[in-house]
Design a binder for this molecule. Structure first.
Ligand code: GLY
Length: 570
């Protein structure tokens, strides 16, 4: 090393330090900026008007966004049991205004301690169809009840019993059956008919009840009342826990008292990224959403999407989705079990490398990307978004996996078992219920959390904020990506939730689109680029969006018109 280089080193170090300090200050500025402001209005968007109303009731009683999140979670377990429930799990992305703290509560289900890597494989070494979806073996140890316990203890202001009251009332007094829920009862009619306790609530003379029929759930009301009285620990270590273990084992499952007693939520740092001046805060593993979202946005950051023609814009969005979902399949799993190159995957330099592989004149076949070699959605899972008048936020995606989970109810509890074990990769490269592939990082192991697509997200820009998320299995992250781009393009909450959708998840190597998302000219041009296109027969997702415009002070809440949810500003 020359003397000249040596003399310059301290100056370089000073410059580097100044640059580092600037970057740190810039990074800190965004949350501080948000913390200094209070919207003065609260807003909730959820998948059902009665769940939105439950949240409002709790805000009106002096609760904050986190108390409201407890009330909405519990109410959804009653009025939308296809999507979530106490016997499920999920991800609670929170922002506390008082100290600008962003945190993700990981309430994902865990594989039971008696689970084994090959538990869903038959004698031929292949997954037994339906075993991880339709049997009690498919149930992971539930996390949603622990999330409620944690929210009340660490973030809320109101007692548990107050926040659970609206849900208990809905379970006792009932709610009118709506068309989408009726359709999902139809789907599970056979399995419901075999369970007398379930049939009593959900069937009439063996058939799905007529729309408008009042659905009362006395057993679920009793379970919720017990928890309200004894605390959520009862779910894991009390009378409710004993009922759950006995019931699951009777159904052929492998839950033990030890599994339930050991379950704890984990507070994890969210994934944070930057896209064209916007700060992205989203879910971290074992939810794949934040990494896939930030990676895709990093790829797109190299293009001026606003000034590209519609086909090229669609092409680039699809190429970014495909590559990010490929990395999901190859790398991601439970951070407590696998080491993942998270920092690399969300680094702009990595995205630059991915961009170099994108050609404007042709689609990249998924098979040409190194990775996993391979051998409908929206009614399962649920999401809600809350902003309170002080600026606290909750973006919550919770799930039982498929409709009503496995459809098996734990006797005496009114609770449906999740079938989340299907979100593990039962065998490397073999698609799961969402046609997603994975490999060793997401293999089953005792006590491990299965990978999720959940993408509860905050988008912060100098002009405003969006809180967003959706159900939809493997379609989730793509939907949040499109919502992010729409928000940054200046669309309002109602426009964002209504916009037609496109999707690519690496494998299968297909560009799917909702009716109306692409014109005939677009599809012809995209087919010419080499895409295999498929128009979806149904529309997917149930996006719940809250926005806040700093300049005008306007707060908006919108629920996806694909569902019957409601967004309200108070
Ligand atoms: N159960 C779907 C998901 O979490 O991705």
């Amino acid at each position: 090393m020359s003397g000249r280089t040596l003399r310059r080193a301290p100056r370089l170090a000073k410059c580097a330090f100044a640059a580092f300090a600037f970057v740190i200050a810039a990074c800190l500025a965004a949350p501080l900026l948000a913390a200094e402001r209070a919207p003065g209005h609260a807003a909730i968007a959820s998948a059902h008007p009665l769940a939105t109303a439950a949240g409002h009731e709790i805000l009106a009683k002096g609760g904050n966004a986190f108390d409201a999140a407890v009330a909405v979670t519990a109410a959804l377990a009653v009025v939308e049991p296809t999507g979530s429930g106490l016997t499920g799990g999920g991800f609670y992305l929170l922002h506390r205004a008082s100290d600008a703290r962003d945190v993700m509560i990981d309430a994902r289900e865990k594989a039971p301690l008696a689970a084994t890597r090959d538990m869903f494989l038959g004698p031929d070494g292949n997954p037994v169809p339906g075993m991880s979806l339709n049997t009690a073996l498919g149930a992971g140890i539930a996390g949603e009840a622990a999330a409620i316990e944690h929210l009340v203890k660490e973030y809320g202001r109101l007692p548990l019993a107050v926040s659970l009251a609206p849900a208990i009332r809905l379970a006792r007094e009932g709610f009118p059956l709506y068309t989408r829920l009726r359709a999902n009862i139809e789907r599970k009619r056979e399995v419901f008919a075999k369970q007398p306790e379930v049939a009593r609530v959900w069937l009439r003379k063996g058939e799905a009840p007529a729309p408008g029929t009042v659905i009362r759930q006395p057993q679920l009301a009793h379970t919720l009342e017990t928890l309200a009285k004894r605390g959520m620990r009862d779910f894991y270590e009390g009378e409710t826990a004993r009922k759950l273990v006995a019931g699951v084992r009777k159904l052929g499952g492998i839950w033990t008292a030890e599994d339930l007693a050991a379950y704890r939520v984990v507070e994890r740092a969210p994934i944070v990224g930057e896209y064209r001046g916007a700060r992205i805060v989203s879910s971290s593993p074992p939810a794949s959403g934040g990494i896939v979202l930030v990676e895709a946005l990093n790829v797109l950051a190299g293009y001026d999407l606003a000034h590209l023609d519609a086909v090229t814009r669609t092409h680039l969005i699809i190429e970014s989705m495909q590559r990010a979902h490929r990395d999901r399949a190859v790398w991601l799993g439970d951070p407590d079990f696998v080491t993942m190159p998270v920092a690399e995957l969300i680094h702009p330099y990595y995205a630059a490398g991915l961009r170099a592989s994108i050609r404007l004149d042709r689609a990249m076949p998924s098979a040409d990307l190194p990775g996993v070699k391979p051998a409908s959605q929206g009614d399962n899972t649920t999401h809600f978004s809350i902003l309170d008048a002080e600026g606290n936020r909750a973006a919550v995606t919770i799930t039982l996996n498929f409709y009503f989970g496995s459809g098996l109810s734990v006797p005496g509890t009114g609770l449906f078992l999740n079938d989340e074990m299907d979100d593990f990769s039962s065998k490397a490269g073999v698609p799961n219920g969402f046609n997603l592939v994975g490999n060793a990082a997401n293999a089953i192991a005792p006590g491990k959390r299965m990978l999720s697509s959940s993408t509860p997200t905050f988008i912060e820009t100098p002009r405003g904020l969006m809180i967003a998320g959706t159900p939809g299995g493997s379609y989730i992250t793509g939907m949040v990506l499109l919502a992010t781009l729409d928000f940054l393009d200046g669309r309002n909450a109602a426009q964002i939730v209504a916009a037609p959708r496109i999707h690519h998840q690496y494998l299968p190597d297909v560009l799917q689109y909702e009716p109306g998302a692409l014109t005939a000219a677009d599809t012809a041009a995209l087919a010419k680029l080499g895409y295999q296109l498929r128009e979806s027969k149904r529309r997917w997702g149930n996006l719940q969006v809250v926005t806040w415009d700093y300049a005008s002070g306007r707060v908006e809440a919108a629920s996806d018109p694909r569902g019957e949810g409601e967004g309200q500003v108070y």
